[in-house]
Design a protein around this ligand. Sequence first.
Ligand code: MG
Length: 174
Amino acid sequence: MLSKELEKALNEQINAELWSAYLYLSMGMNFETAGLPGVANWFKVQFKEEQAHAEIFMNYINQRGGRVILAPIAEVPTEWATVLDAFRATLEHERKVTAMINNLYAMAEAEHDYASRDRINWFVAEQVEEEETAKSYIDKFQLIGNDGMGIYMLDQELGARTYNTPSPLASAGE
Ligand code: MG
């Protein structure tokens, strides 16, 4: 059984992942409007990934006999002037998510709940990737500045991103 404390924290994490999904969808819509379909695609794929993260936690709570409680999702920002701004906001947000994941890990460890610790550990590695990716796009967009050709090329690159089901869901046969 999950402890009540950990169950509550996992439910808060589900809400944070869904808030992330909503944030990236909002970014996607912002750049759809701005005429950058590749950037919009990248954020829409990110939206799906965050939904998958929430689903992994939901599946896990259910597997352990806990109860998933879906709380309201808070409002998200709706406007970013540049792609650089959006990736800076992404990095800042992902750092907060990393801190939440680390807290969950510490909690599971303190409770000697090693099954939870192992599930959370997948997210520890995932967060390294999330932060690294956001940082790499900050660097690229900083480098090109206002160069139209550069923005066009990066839009093409971001447009090539496709959604891959994260391994904890893929192995569950979904
Ligand atoms: Mg996430």
